[in-house]
Design a protein around this ligand. Structure first.
Ligand SMILES: Nc1ncnc2c1ncn2[C@@H]1O[C@H](COP(=O)(O)OP(=O)(O)O)[C@@H](O)[C@H]1O
Ligand SMILES: [Mg+2]
Length: 262
């Protein structure tokens, strides 16, 4: 049974998609079977891995909203064992359509049930909101990873996010856990970055991943070539940091440690 992990932060531009793409690739390169689910209608994870969202006929929309078997929409990616359940603009309408559907918070959970046994990890890239799509992602997940950008106002919105996670846990998915926060776009020449690291560690004691993702032009360039950082620049600092993050998650797993309840 796959462990399902959602990358969530309602702020845009904090590194959710970059983390989803590169973490899932790295886990697959470590020999795991990994499905990346693109839950964002903007489809950045889809295009960032070289799949043109305009070229696909069926997307996550068809499994989530129309109830089709997701196996029919899954695409094999470059790394062996790395698959994608793609998104396209159809998913934008889902937010409205979901309101009128039965089990509207469980649509993604139900869709993933069909394929869950085929994978070790399912990584969900969420849109920048706490709306119905993200809620579906949380309900379908075992764990949440929160990317936090090393910038001004890094902590802004986090209490609202934690509140939403608690609501989901109390009402919809009692076993949902927070695996931790991952610091992104760390700039070692900027004193502010160090300050944010300290603040986030105070906020999530013992639950900040040791692997910190550096600000790196190579990480920002890779998606425009439709490649993960491992296929774009294997020896870059960005590649190394995402490999470390994947190893940390694999290590936690083998030690039998699990996430925490806030
Ligand atoms: N570590 C990084 N270093 C430099 N640029 C980054 C890094 N992580 C993400 N970016 C860039 O920042 C922008 C926002 O990142 P993205 O992963 O799309 O965030 P989100 O999915 O949270 O909106 C993108 O243009 C991306 O390429
Ligand atoms: Mg994104």
């Amino acid at each position: 049974m796959a462990k399902i992990i959602s990358l969530v932060n309602q702020k845009g531009g904090v590194g959710k998609t970059t983390t989803a793409v590169n973490l899932s690739t790295s886990l697959a390169q470590a020999g795991k079977f990994v499905l990346l689910v693109d839950l964002d209608p903007q489809a950045n994870a889809t295009s960032g891995l070289g799949v043109d969202p305009r070229s696909i006929e069926k997307s996550l929309y068809h499994s989530m909203v129309l109830g089709e078997h997701p196996g029919e929409h899954i695409i094999k990616l470059q790394t062996m064992g790395h698959n994608l359940l793609p998104s396209n603009r159809d998913l934008a309408g889902a937010t409205v359509e979901l309101v009128n559907l039965d089990n509207r918070e469980y649509r993604l959970y139900n869709a993933l049930r069909h394929v869950r046994t085929e994978y070790d990890y399912i990584i969900i890239d969420s849109p920048p909101s706490l709306g119905p799509l993200t809620i579906n992602g949380l309900v379908a997940s075992d764990e949440v990873v929160i990317p936090v950008q090393c910038e001004y106002y890094a902590l802004e919105g986090l209490s609202q996010l934690l509140e939403t996670i608690n609501l989901v846990r109390d009402n919809l998915q009692p076993d949902l856990k927070i695996m931790g926060a991952v610091l992104t776009m760390f700039d070692r020449r900027n004193r502010l970055s160090y300050q944010v690291v300290r603040e986030v560690k105070d906020h999530f004691p013992g639950r900040v991943f040791e692997s910190v993702i550096p600000r790196s032009v190579r990480l920002a360039e890779a998606p425009s070539f439709g490649k993960s950082i491992f296929d774009f620049d294997l020896f870059s600092r960005g590649a190394k940091s995402y490999k470390n993050l994947a190893n940390e998650i694999l290590r936690t797993e083998s030690e039998g440690e699990s996430g925490f309840h806030l």
